[in-house]
Design a protein around this ligand. Structure first.
Ligand code: ADP
Ligand code: MG
Length: 729
C-alpha cells in the first residue's frame, strides 16, 4: 500500500499497537499529525566546544541558585567531540542504582563522564572511540565533569546533524524514537505536502516553501534554515487566520437582518449629563450605519476601561428600540449586569421603554413574568439586561433586533454558541475593554468590524505609577496606612492563590537540555507571592486595618461577601488574585499594588490599574517586582510612562510578541482555527504586519478565493473553519 499524508502512523515501520497508543496520546494519529508535531526546542551541536572552552565557561559562575545544595560551577549545555580515554568502570552502588564512569579527552583537556542506571552503555563506550556529547559541563574541585550527556558515535566520515530537535514527550516515547519516525514520515510523505500559500505571497514576503519549512523545522540544515522555517510558519499562521476571518466576514454579509433605519439619537443624548467624545460619536455613527444596512451588524467596540462604552451601547440599543425591536445586553457577572441596569434602566424608562433585569438571582416567579413579557406583545419588555440567564431555554423574544455583550471573552465557548443561536438574525455588538494593537485586530477580530474608542472622556486623572522592588516594602506598608487615614482603600493583586501554586523548578533532565528554546517564554522565575499568605502578612503588619481576601477557589457567595465588604468600606485592603471584577466600581480605592508584576502581561497590568482612579481622589499604582532582565524592566517602565491602553498594547506586542493577546482575548478562539504557536512568540512586528496586510489584500482582490493560485488556500481555510465548527459543538 502506498503511504500518503493521511495514512495512520502505524503504516510506518516500527509502529506497533503499543507505540500507536503512545503516539495517539500525544495527538499523533496520521502521518500529517506526525509531521506537524514540532520540536519544542533544539540542541545546537553545530558549535563544538573544547574542554578548554568548558573550563572557561564554568569559571564564569551563573547567578547563585537559592537553596542550591552543593556549590557547583556549571555552564550552559553544549556539544563536545571527545574520545574515550580508558575502559569505563561499572559499579552497582545499591539495589537499583548503578554507576558508569570513564574519562574522555580532546586536544585541550580531559573530563570525567558519568551515567546512572544505564548498564547497557558498557557495550557502547570503549577506549579510543569518539563520540559527540551534549551536556552541561560542571567544574567540581577542579575536575571538569559531564553527567549523563547525550552521546552519538562519531567517525571520520559520519555526518551528524548540526542542530538536533527536542520534542515534547509522552509516556512510551523517546527523543530518538520520535526523531527517527519523523524522518521516515518526511521521506514517505513530504513530497505530498502541497503549499497552501500562494506563490506570489511566498515570493513577495521572501518565505520558504512548506516542504523546506517542514523539513527544516525538524532537522535544520543550519541556524539560518531553522530561522527561515520558523519565519514561514509564523507568517503562515497569521496570514491564514486573518484570511479565514475575512472570509467568514464576507460570508456573513450575505445574510439578512432587521432593517433599523430610524436613528435619531437626539432624545437620548439630551439625557446624558455630558457630550459624547469624538470617538464615541464616531462609533455611534458606525453602528447606526450597520443597523440601517439590512445585513447583520457584527461589530466589536474596543475601548479602555472608562472610555465610555456604555454610552455607545445605549445609542445602539436606542436605535433598536426606536424601530420597534427589542435589545438584550448581556454581562459576564451579576454585579456588572446590575451596574448596567442601574445606569440604563432609569434612562430608558424615562424615554418610555420597558426595561428588565434578568439574572440568576432573580426569584423564579419574577423570572417567569419577565420571560412572558419578553415573548409577548402586550406589556412587552423592550430592553433586557442580564447575565447568561438570558441564554436559558425559557427565554424567547418577540422581536429581538440587537444583542450586546460586554466582555464577551469571559463567556465560555458553549455560552457563546448558545448566544449565537439565541441572537438568530439579530444584530450583534461586542464590547471589549482589552486594548488590542492595531496590527493584531485582523487576526483577533477579523470577522468583525471594529470601532475603537481611543479617546478618553475629558477630565480623567492620570494614575501615577511606580515600579519598585522588595526594598520598598516598609514604605509601601506606610503608604497603605496613609490611604486608610485619608479614608481611602487599597487593592493588592498577587499572581498565585496559595503556597502550592508556586511554580516548582522543572526537573533537570539531560535529554531535555537545550540551548535554543523557542516555545517557553523567557519569564523570570522569581518566587511567587500567594494571595493567602500575603494577606496574612499584611494583616500582621497593619493590625489596625481590616485586610480582606478574595480568590478564584472561594465559593461564589464567599467571594461576593469579601468584595461587598470592600465596596462598603468594612475592609480597607483587598488582597486578591486576578479574579477581581473587571468593571466593578469602588471610587474610594486609590491604590493598586501588584505583586510579582513581572508575571503579568502589560494589558493585564493596565486592566488592574484601571480599578483605581474612579473617584475624585488622586490615585496610584505600584508595581512590585525584583525582576532584573531588560525586557521585564522595559515593560514595567512602559506602565510608568503612559496611561494609554492602546499604546501599552503596542509596546507589549513589540516587547513580548503577540502570545498574551492570543490567550487573553477569546474572540478569536471561538473559531478554533490553527494554533498560533510560532506567531505567539514572534517578536518581529514587521513580519506580523506583513502577514496581516497580505491577507487583507488577498481577500479584497479575491473574496471567494476563486482564483486558481488561491484555490489551495481556500481548501486549507475551509478546512480550518470546519474543524472550528467541531470545536464549538
Ligand atoms: P467603560 O468603557 O469602561 O464601560 P463607562 O461606560 O462605564 O466606561 O464610562 C465610564 C464613566 O465615564 C462613566 O461614569 C460615564 O458616565 C462617563 N462618561 C462616558 N462618556 C463620557 C463623556 N463623553 N464625557 C464625560 N464622561 C463620560
Ligand atoms: Mg463597561
Amino acid at each position: 500500500m502506498k503511504i500518503c499524508i493521511d495514512s495512520p502512523v502505524s503504516t510506518l515501520r516500527g509502529v506497533g499497537p503499543a507505540k500507536s497508543a503512545s503516539l495517539a496520546a500525544a495527538g499523533i494519529v496520521t502521518i500529517k499529525d506526525l509531521l506537524h508535531y514540532y520540536p519544542r526546542a533544539y540542541q545546537n551541536k553545530a558549535d563544538i566546544k573544547t574542554l578548554a572552552d568548558a573550563a572557561v565557561l564554568c569559571s564564569q559562575p551563573l547567578p547563585a541558585e537559592p537553596g542550591g545544595a552543593e556549590k557547583k560551577l556549571s555552564a550552559p549545555p553544549c556539544a563536545f567531540l571527545l574520545t574515550v580515554a580508558g575502559e569505563p568502570i561499572y559499579k552497582v552502588i545499591r539495589r537499583g542504582m548503578s554507576i558508569l564512569r570513564f574519562r574522555a579527552f580532546d586536544e585541550t583537556g580531559v573530563c570525567e563522564i558519568t551515567y546512572f542506571n544505564q548498564p547497557y552503555l558498557r557495550d557502547v563506550f570503549h577506549t579510543g572511540s569518539t563520540f559527540r556529547f551534549w551536556g552541561r559541563p560542571t567544574m567540581e574541585r577542579g575536575v571538569l565533569k559531564l553527567t549523563a550527556p547525550v552521546q552519538e558515535v562519531w567517525t571520520e566520515d559520519t555526518v551528524l546533524p548540526p542542530i538536533v530537535p527536542v520534542y515534547p514527550l509522552c509516556a512510551g516515547l523517546t527523543q530518538k524514537y520520535l526523531a527517527s519516525l519523523i524522518r521516515d514520515g518526511l521521506k514517505a510523505a513530504a513530497v505530498q505536502m502541497t503549499d497552501h500559500l500562494p506563490p506570489n505571497v511566498l515570493q513577495a514576503n521572501n518565505l520558504c516553501t512548506l516542504g523546506f519549512a517542514i523539513t527544516n523545522i525538524h532537522f535544520p540544515e543550519s541556524l539560518e534554515a531553522l530561522e527561515s522555517a520558523r519565519r514561514r510558519f509564523a507568517f503562515d499562521e497569521l496570514f491564514c487566520t486573518a484570511a479565514a476571518m475575512a472570509y467568514i466576514k464576507t460570508g456573513k454579509r450575505g445574510e439578512a437582518a432587521p432593517l433599523l433605519t430610524k436613528n435619531d439619537l437626539a432624545p437620548l443624548l439630551a439625557k446624558f449629563p455630558y457630550k459624547l467624545t469624538g470617538a464615541q460619536q464616531r462609533a455611534a455613527e458606525e453602528i447606526a450605519a450597520d443597523l440601517g444596512s439590512g445585513t447583520p451588524m457584527c461589530r466589536i467596540l474596543c475601548g479602555d476601561v472608562g472610555s465610555g462604552k456604555t454610552a455607545v451601547a445605549a445609542c445602539a440599543a436606542y436605535i433598536a428600540l426606536q424601530n420597534g425591536y427589542q435589545c438584550a445586553l448581556m454581562a459576564p457577572t451579576e454585579i456588572l449586569a446590575q451596574q448596567h441596569y442601574s445606569e440604563l434602566g432609569p434612562l430608558f424608562e424615562s424615554l418610555g421603554y420597558r426595561v428588565a433585569l434578568l439574572t440568576g438571582s432573580v426569584p423564579a416567579a419574577q423570572k417567569r413574568k419577565i420571560h412572558a413579557a419578553l415573548a409577548g406583545d402586550a406589556d412587552r419588555v423592550d430592553f433586557v439586561i442580564g447575565t447568561h440567564a438570558l441564554l436559558s431555554e425559557a427565554v424567547s423574544f418577540s422581536a429581538l433586533g440587537l444583542v450586546i455583550t460586554d466582555e464577551q471573552h469571559r463567556f465560555g465557548v458553549n455560552q457563546r454558541a448558545l448566544l449565537r443561536e439565541k441572537a438568530g438574525q439579530a444584530h450583534t455588538l461586542v464590547m471589549s475593554a482589552t486594548p488590542i494593537p492595531r496590527t493584531l485586530s485582523l487576526v483577533l477580530f477579523g470577522d468583525l468590524d471594529i470601532s475603537r474608542l481611543d479617546e478618553m472622556p475629558p477630565g480623567r486623572q492620570k494614575i501615577d505609577t511606580f515600579a519598585v522592588n522588595e526594598g520598598y516594602r516598609t514604605r509601601l506598608i506606610g503608604f497603605i496606612r496613609k490611604q486608610k487615614e485619608a479614608g481611602h482603600r487599597t487593592y493588592v493583586v498577587c499572581p498565585a492563590i496559595e503556597e502550592s501554586q508556586k511554580k516548582k523548578k522543572p526537573a533537570e533532565n539531560t535529554e531535555e537540555l537545550s540551548n535554543i528554546d523557542f516555545f517557553t517564554e523567557a519569564v523570570e522565575e522569581l518566587p511567587l507571592k500567594s494571595a493567602t499568605e500575603h494577606a496574612a502578612m499584611l494583616q500582621s503588619m497593619l493590625p489596625e486595618l481590616n485586610v480582606g481576601l478574595v480568590h478564584g477557589k472561594m465559593k461564589a457567595a464567599e467571594k461576593e461577601r469579601a468584595m461587598d465588604a470592600f465596596y462598603k468600606g468594612e475592609s480597607d485592603v483587598l488582597v486578591s488574585t486576578t479574579v477581581i471584577e473587571v468593571g466593578v466600581n469602588v471610587p474610594q480605592a486609590t491604590l493598586m499594588i501588584v505583586e510579582n508584576a513581572e508575571r503579568f502581561g502589560l494589558a493585564q497590568l493596565h486592566q488592574l490599574r484601571g480599578r483605581v482612579g474612579r473617584g475624585k481622589a488622586k490615585s496610584y499604582c505600584v508595581l512590585v517586582s525584583d525582576a532584573v532582565t531588560d525586557t521585564s524592566r522595559q515593560r514595567l517602565s512602559v506602565m510608568c510612562r503612559t496611561n494609554d491602553g492602546f499604546q501599552i498594547a503596542e509596546e507589549d506586542l513589540r516587547l513580548r510578541g503577540p502570545g498574551d493577546f492570543f490567550s487573553s482575548e477569546g474572540t478569536f478562539r471561538q473559531h478554533g482555527g490553527p494554533a498560533l504557536v510560532f506567531s505567539a512568540n514572534c517578536s518581529d512586528t514587521t513580519l506580523i504586519s506583513a502577514a496581516v496586510q497580505a491577507a487583507g489584500t488577498l481577500i479584497a482582490v479575491d473574496p471567494d478565493l476563486a482564483l486558481p493560485e488561491n484555490r489551495l488556500l481556500g481548501v486549507y481555510i475551509s478546512h480550518i473553519m470546519q474543524s472550528s465548527l467541531h470545536t464549538i459543538s
